[in-house]
Design a protein around this ligand. Structure first.
Ligand code: MN
Ligand code: MN
Length: 459
């Protein structure tokens, strides 16, 4: 089944829309390099579109009705948006779900040390990374330091032109004979991923003078002591902005596109629908890359609790109503797919791979070793999605993530499916997934955003 390349059908008007959307997308990536930053942007944009904080509505004992738009946040790391539909919420919602955490290096809680006149910060990587990809490139640090008195200091160093950047050093090729004999998984090991943080000693200091100077700078700039690292969340990410890629600028190269490409397109779709029949929901969650754990991951009760509050504000809460609402809902679990890469053709099965330019990717199932751990979308549901997408002339393709038994991956789809709702994995094809710089196709971003929008309106 040959699927068409979306670029071939675009007229001037669509190309203009596509470039405008992708320009906004690059800004989203530049300003959202951590889950906290993504939540912040999401709330700002939601407020501009008339969304109100659900907590305030609860506190003021206000009611919700059709047409109202609300958002709920947990721990500044996950967010849910709701646009209340004209139909009874018991008939179900149309849900877009994506994740806003990305692979990175996290600063440890006792990180700072000095060795041979260098100061370092020790890290523990987050999510699945090829460790050798994180050396010898400019890195930035984004995050928060929370003091004992409750004050939060926001940190962002390395992404402004004037900022210094950071680095994990690699061994020079001249001395790397032995290193290059090692397996790729061992070329750089986890404990070697320490950030080079400084090299200038504090004059007159006898012991650990470079570290002492770093502590002085931290005190001056952030009013922090070494102990404050204990209650900090500092994420080391590639420094630099999202860029157009290819001589034809048909692609985007940037950090964190898994899964912010789906988060951004879901958010844009959510904010561009106005009146809906079925309540629309956009869910942007944390911790997908480490198993959807914790209070801000998809497996937490955050989403369910928020739906309880919404039904309550609609003036008609009951457990039965909640269960019916969830069971009758439909979801697009949006996450990236592995784009077919001719350079690594043997990892793919060509008929069932996703391709750049062929639009939104749907996956009936994910998982590994015989679909294990996956949601397996219902054929009836897929048929209804095909109709919606075909009627709206959205370019889409159906694909698996790589060849059978080569590997695999999971998403948040199976978690929502536990409620008995219809869920299918879908998203955008990505090259070099989980590398510091990932690549997507602008046409796929454009088609996916349109696909999400029509799903919210028609599913
Ligand atoms: Mn993902
Ligand atoms: Mn991932």
């Amino acid at each position: 089944m040959e699927r068409q390349n979306a670029w071939k059908g675009y007229k001037q008007k669509q190309l203009k829309e596509l470039e405008a959307l992708c320009s906004e997308y690059r800004d989203f990536l530049d300003n959202g390099k951590t889950e906290r930053e993504c939540v912040k942007i999401t709330i700002e944009q939601a407020k501009k579109s008339g969304y109100k904080n659900l907590d305030t509505i609860i506190k003021k004992k206000q009611k919700l009705k059709a047409g109202d738009k609300v958002y709920a946040v947990i721990m500044d790391k996950a967010v849910a948006l709701f646009n209340i539909g004209t139909k009874d919420i018991e008939e179900g919602m149309n849900i877009l779900g994506a994740h806003i955490d990305s692979p990175r290096l996290d600063i440890k809680q006792n990180p700072l040390y000095e060795d041979t006149d260098f100061a370092y910060l020790d890290t523990h990587y987050y999510g699945g990374v090829k460790k050798y990809q994180w050396v010898a490139l400019p890195l930035a640090i984004h995050g928060v330091i929370v003091k004992k008195n409750g004050d939060t200091v926001n940190v962002s160093i390395g992404d402004n032109e004037e900022d210094p950047v950071f680095c994990v050093s690699d061994l020079l090729i001249h001395l790397a004979g032995e290193q290059l004999e090692k397996k790729a998984a061992k070329v750089i090991e986890g404990e070697q991923l320490d950030i080079l943080f400084g090299s200038r000693p504090l004059p007159d200091e006898k012991k650990d003078a470079v570290k002492a100077n770093i502590l002085k700078l931290l005190k001056d700039k952030y009013d922090m002591d070494e102990e404050d690292f204990m209650s900090a969340e500092l994420e080391v990410v590639p420094a630099g902005k999202a860029r157009n890629a290819g001589l034809d600028s048909s692609m985007i190269m940037a950090y964190g596109q898994d899964d912010r490409v789906c988060a951004f397109t879901s958010l844009k779709a959510m904010l561009s629908v106005d009146e809906v029949e079925r309540t629309a929901c956009c869910l942007l969650v944390d911790k997908e890359e480490i198993g959807s754990v914790g209070a801000t991951g998809m497996r937490s009760k955050f989403f369910e609790n928020t739906v309880c509050e919404i039904i309550d504000r609609l003036g008609e809460y009951s457990e039965l109503k909640l269960r019916r609402c969830l069971k009758n809902s439909k979801m697009l679990s949006s996450d990236v797919n592995a784009a077919y890469d001719p350079m690594f053709a043997s990892a793919f099965e060509k008929k069932n791979s996703s391709y750049f330019g062929r639009g939104m990717v749907f996956s009936k199932f994910t998982g590994s070793k015989g679909k294990s751990g996956s949601n397996d979308a219902n054929a009836e549901y897929i048929a209804s999605i095909r109709k919606i997408m075909d009627d709206a002339k959205i370019c889409y393709q159906l694909a698996e993530l790589g060849k059978v038994d080569v590997g695999g991956g999971g998403t948040i789809a199976y978690i929502l499916s536990l409620y008995g709702m219809e869920v299918i994995d879908c998203g955008v094809a990505v090259l070099n997934m989980h590398a510091p710089w990932e690549i997507t196709s602008k046409a796929d971003i454009y088609e996916t955003k349109k696909g999400y929008e029509v799903f919210l309106k028609k599913a």
